[in-house]
Design a protein around this ligand. Structure first.
Ligand code: SAM
Length: 348
C-alpha cells in the first residue's frame, strides 16, 4: 500500500486523512525508510540542502499559564524563576550575532512582566544587528503583535499543540483553542511568517488526531512547523505519562514535509533529548532547521519545560561547532542567509 500512496503523492502532491494516518502507523523498517527517503527528497527539492541555524534566547521562565505538560507552569513551585533584563538579553543576542547567527529567537513563558514596549525595544535593537527576529512569547493582544511587527519582528512561533479540542481543553486549563487559533490568524494578517506545531505522544492523542493536526498545519499554510515529542516532567500532573517516541515524531515530521513542502521545519531539541541521534535523524526525515540554545548558561537549566533537555550545559560556540559538523557530515551546508520561510519568499 505504501508504494501506491507514494505514487499518488508524487502525482498529485496530496494525501487524504486516511493516507496520513496510514503513514503515521507504519512500523515496518523498510516502509519507514521509504517514507523518510521521500520526505528527504521533497525537502531537497523544495527548500534545498541548506540548513538554517537559529539562536534561541529563553529570557524568562515565569509563566502565568497552567499547562499540564509543562515544567514552567505557574503551578511548579519547585523551580527557581528568572527573568533576564533588557541589557542581558541584548548582550546574549549580540554574542549570538557575533557567532554568525542570522536569526535570533526570543522565547519565554507567558510573562506579563515584559510590557509591550519592552519587547518592542528589544525587537528594534536586535533588528539593528542585521538579523531576522522571531518572537515566541505566547498569546497576546493583536495590538501587541502589531507593535512588534512594526518594530521589525519577522516571525512568530505559537504552537497549537494539538487540534483535538477535548485534549486541548484538558491539557491547557483556562485556555481556549479558539483563542490560540485567533492569535495565529492575527499574526498571519499582520504579515508575520507564522510558525506553529504540536507535541507528539501526548496522553490521549491518537494517530487520527495527529493526522488532523497535519491537515490543520496545511490549512493554516504555516511558514514554520515545530514538532517535538512530549516529555513528561516530574513536577507536573503528567509526571507518570509515557513520553512520545522519536520514531513517531520522525513520522509526523516526514508527513508534515510532504504536506508543507516549502516550510521551515526544525529538527527539534526535544527530539534530540529523547534520542541521541534524534536531530540527525530529523534532518534526514524532512527537517532543514536547527535551533541552538544561546541563553546564558546560568539560566539554561532553569528553562526546564521538560527534564533532561539536550544542550543545557554546552556553550553556544560548542553547540554551533557541533551543528556545523553534523550538517557537513550529512553533505549539507549551513546557510549564511536569514532563512526566510515561504511567505517572505512570496510563495504561500
Ligand atoms: N509561552 C510560549 C507558548 O506557549 O508558545 C512559549 C514557551 S512554551 C514553554 C514552548 C513550547 O514548549 C510549547 O509550545 C510546547 O510545545 C513545549 N513544551 C512544553 N512542555 C513540554 C513537554 N513536557 N514536552 C515537550 N515539549 C513541551
Amino acid at each position: 500500500r505504501i508504494d501506491g500512496i507514494i505514487a499518488k503523492y508524487l502525482d498529485t502532491g496530496r494525501l487524504s486523512k486516511e493516507e496520513i494516518e496510514f503513514l503515521l502507523g507504519l512500523e515496518d523498517e523498510a516502509d519507514l525508510q521509504k517514507l523518510f527517503a521521500l520526505a528527504n527528497k521533497v525537502r531537497e527539492r523544495f527548500v534545498g540542502n541548506e540548513v538554517h541555524l537559529r539562536g534561541i534566547i529563553e529570557f524568562s521562565n515565569y509563566c502565568s499559564r497552567a499547562c499540564l505538560y509543562c515544567g514552567i507552569s505557574r503551578h511548579n513551585r519547585h523551580l527557581s524563576r528568572y527573568r533576564m533584563d533588557v541589557e542581558e538579553i541584548l548582550e546574549a543576542a549580540k554574542e549570538a550575532v557575533g557567532m554568525g547567527f542570522k536569526t535570533i529567537v526570543l522565547q519565554s513563558g507567558e510573562d506579563p512582566f515584559y510590557s509591550t514596549s519592552t519587547i518592542t525595544r528589544l525587537v528594534s535593537q536586535i533588528k539593528a544587528m542585521d538579523v531576522a527576529v522571531t518572537l515566541s512569547v505566547g498569546e497576546r493582544r493583536r495590538e501587541d503583535y502589531a507593535a512588534w511587527k512594526e518594530a521589525g519582528a519577522d516571525r512568530y512561533l505559537l504552537k497549537f499543540e494539538t487540534s483535538d479540542p477535548d485534549l486541548y481543553r484538558r491539557l491547557r486549563p483556562g485556555c481556549s483553542m479558539a483563542q490560540r487559533l485567533q492569535c495565529l490568524t492575527y499574526l498571519k494578517d499582520l504579515d508575520y511568517e507564522v510558525g506553529s506545531g504540536i507535541m507528539v505522544g501526548l496522553p490521549g492523542q491518537t494517530l487520527s488526531s495527529m493526522a488532523d493536526d497535519i491537515l490543520l498545519m496545511r490549512k493554516l499554510q504555516l511558514s514554520m512547523v515545530g514538532i517535538g515529542p512530549f516529555i513528561p516532567h516530574p513536577a507536573t500532573p503528567l509526571a507518570s505519562a509515557q513520553a512520545g517516541t522519536a520514531s513517531l515524531t520522525l513520522k509526523v515530521l516526514a508527513v508534515t514535509r510532504l504536506m508543507l513542502p516549502w516550510a521551515n521545519l526544525p529538527s527539534t531539541t526535544a527530539l534530540g533529548s529523547v534520542d541521541r541521534e534524534g536531530r540527525r535523524e530529523g534532518l534526514l526525515a524532512g527537517a532543514n532547521v536547527l535551533m541552538l540554545n544561546v541563553t546564558p548558561l546560568k539560566y539554561r537549566r532553569l528553562y526546564e519545560i521538560y527534564p533532561a533537555k539536550a544542550e543545557v550545559e554546552d556553550d553556544p560556540t560548542a553547540l554551533k561547532a557541533a551543528a556545523v559538523e553534523l550538517v557537513t557530515r550529512l553533505g549539507r551546508r549551513v546557510s549564511s542567509g536569514y532563512g526566510e520561510g515561504p511567505k517572505a519568499m512570496g510563495i504561500a
